[in-house]
Design a protein around this ligand. Sequence first.
Ligand SMILES: C[S@@+](CC[C@H](N)C(=O)[O-])C[C@H]1O[C@@H](n2cnc3c(N)ncnc32)[C@H](O)[C@@H]1O
Length: 276
Amino acid sequence: MNAGFHRLAETLRQSTGIVIDPTKRFALEARLSSIAVARCHGDITAMLDSVRPGQKSDLLDEIVDAIATNETFFFRDRSPFRLLAGEILSHLLTARAEQREIRIWCNACSTGQEPYSVAMTLDQAGQKLAGWRVALHASDISRTAVAAAREGVYNQFEAQRGTPTNFLLKYFTREGDNWRISEQLRSKVRFSLFNLLSPFNEHRLYDVIFCRNVLIYFDAETRRDILARLAKAIRPDGFLVLGATETIASGDPNWITWSANPLALVRTDGPFAPRS
Ligand SMILES: C[S@@+](CC[C@H](N)C(=O)[O-])C[C@H]1O[C@@H](n2cnc3c(N)ncnc32)[C@H](O)[C@@H]1O
């Protein structure tokens, strides 16, 4: 079992970047046992033996779904959304006045609360964005998370958690015990499955990237690699917003801190960088 678990941890690290904390092994085994029941008559060892490093498979996807921490809620930490509504939007409204287009990517969006919070924030900007095209792309590695995000239906606890009451009434409709996000908001977000270890599309650069509460699950080398590639996926005067407990390594060659709380970074080679 031990060897199988170590092999699984290595397979997960290679294919998703997620580093398994060995002290959580028993909790994880409990989560995996229901997959083993469905797939291998409850034999976790046989199941782990059939996961092959470097090989994509439905089983591996299922394991990622079971293991990934999907914790999220609407307007999580509040300040990133205030920053977006304030200084970031005010910069972009001037800087993109000619193109009248803003491109935003929430790239570990879990079950959708983060991109829908972005969509509500932008909707509140009202007339300022009238006539603008806002491309809002949201992605996650977890199939079940992306499916739930696309569906946009939340139970009472999830819907109320972080959502101001007036927003709940404006952007959701009651559906039995649940709340469904309005079609007007849902249609503004394009959801897809995407693994942050995969190459990014660097042809259409983003103005704002939310990459929150995911880098903490990766090792330092993976974090460095993702941050370096994100710098190539964002415009020179774009903003990368990280999670409340995340930091960048001091001396990171690609990013400088633009706002410390919430942590928003800008490219070292962009117009915000201090000139020497
Ligand atoms: C804790 S949630 C964060 C959700 C949201 N960004 C927030 O801050 O509320 C972390 C998410 O990262 C996703 N994730 C983990 N590894 C990933 C990877 N390699 N590529 C893309 N998403 C990943 C998980 O599936 C999970 O939904």
